[in-house]
Design a protein around this ligand. Structure first.
Ligand code: SF4
Length: 386
């Protein structure tokens, strides 16, 4: 029997039939050299043609650490106003989707003194396969002090365009809508010159009432993320519903007209690419969104937060993102920000301005110029918590 050395697992393509993993590597007892790697093919007779749990884990681990394409460059955290932003977030006991979602743009956004606040806690009642936010039933009432604390943070940071999102709270009688409304009112009282964008859930089961509670508080931008194409909803966003997302976006604008706003609300949605959809499917979604009067769209690359999450299907190239943005603009959106690191709240103030003046769109969506010394490839820097 040869002695085992460190276990090394790595997926290896095994023809067209499936995937094998490396078995334990062993030392030659004479030379003490590792034996050549042996590949264990999947045995359809034993596993019914399916991968074992260990095999899936091995494949997941390898795909998470695989090299990223060179265009996925991020700004290293720490410069500019990063420390100040982190201090305000901590001091007020707030959550941000920047941290919870392991957003790769934290270096840039926090360095500029902006962040996207996440209300209603840090635990979500949904379990979308691409999302890094913790899942469960929080079982706690919304914090009555949260709107005031968030408003104070916005004021202290001098934010001109505040973006507020939340976890889904399907277990609450109002699905969390009232906390959004209170937060909008609190920010407006404390910082009357600040525009407010809310990125809200679909309030499943209370759609119309929840939406009305939010719209009565008059946010400047109503956002609800579509995330993916209809074909993938059941698999990766099981509690979501594509048609419901479309309904929310259309209804928000209708409601602002019914409430006789001076201008109908600006509506906005985000899409994630690289989760198994085709570019044609993304184009079809853009058509659906435009038909519902959506003004602003963001499209960004899916990055897998951990081995427990959906693997990346592919990395969409910057040229493909450009084509999607161009196609979207040809449909008549006010603004389409599309790029590998674009996120729904990335440069949210610029997105709004671009929608109001579409000639600015391309310029405002460009990433900032930073020196190579400040850049790292996604994956070189582990997801950080400030
Ligand atoms: S893109 Fe949005 S979520 Fe990401 S760091 Fe910037 S503000 Fe936060």
């Amino acid at each position: 029997m040869w002695p085992d050395i460190e276990v090394e697992r790595e997926p290896v393509k095994e023809g067209a039939r499936g995937v094998g993993i490396l078995e334990r590597m062993q030392l030659d007892p004479v030379t003490q050299e590792p034996r050549p790697r042996r590949v264990l093919p999947v045995d359809p007779g034993t596993h019914g043609g399916r991968l074992t749990r260990e095999q899936k884990q091995a494949i997941s681990a390898a795909s998470l650490s695989e090299p990223k394409p060179p265009w996925l460059k991020i700004k290293l955290p720490g410069g500019g106003r990063f420390a100040e932003t982190a201090a305000v977030v901590r001091e007020h006991g707030l959550h941000t989707i920047c941290e919870e979602g392991h957003c790769p743009n934290m270096g840039e956004c926090w360095g500029r003194g902006t962040a996207t606040f996440q209300i209603l806690g840090d635990t979500c009642t949904r379990a979308c396969r691409y999302c890094n936010v913790a899942t469960g039933i929080p079982g706690t009432e919304p914090d009555p002090l949260e709107p005031g604390k968030l408003a104070n943070a916005v004021h202290k940071m001098g934010i001109r365009h505040a973006v507020v999102t939340s976890v889904d709270r399907d277990e609450l009688p109002d699905k969390g809508a009232t906390q959004f409304a209170k937060t909008i009112h609190a920010i407006r009282r404390r910082s009357p010159g600040t525009s407010i964008e809310v990125l809200v859930p679909d309030f499943m089961g209370l759609e119309e009432e929840g939406l009305r509670i939010v719209m009565d508080a008059r946010p400047d931008v109503y956002a609800h993320n579509t995330e993916t194409v209809p074909r993938l909803y059941r698999r990766i966003r099981p509690k979501g519903d594509y048609q419901r997302a479309m309904w929310c976006l259309q209804r928000a604008k209708e409601m602002s007209r019914e409430l006789e706003w001076a201008e109908p609300v600006l509506t906005k949605t985000g899409l994630i690419a690289g989760m198994g959809e085709t570019l044609d499917e993304l184009r079809e979604v853009l058509v659906d969104l435009r038909e519902r009067g959506v003004d602003v769209v963001t499209i960004g690359q899916y990055l897998r937060p951990s081995v427990r999450h959906l693997p990346v299907d592919r990395y969409v190239t910057p040229e493909e993102f450009d084509d999607l943005a161009e196609y979207g603009m040809s449909l008549g959106f006010g603004s389409v920000f599309a790029g590998p690191l674009v996120r729904s709240s990335y440069k949210a103030e610029e997105q709004r301005r671009a929608a109001q003046d579409p000639t600015l769109g391309k310029m405002l969506s460009e990433p900032p110029r930073v020196s190579d010394a400040d850049l790292a490839t996604v994956g070189e820097v582990p997801a950080w918590k400030a």
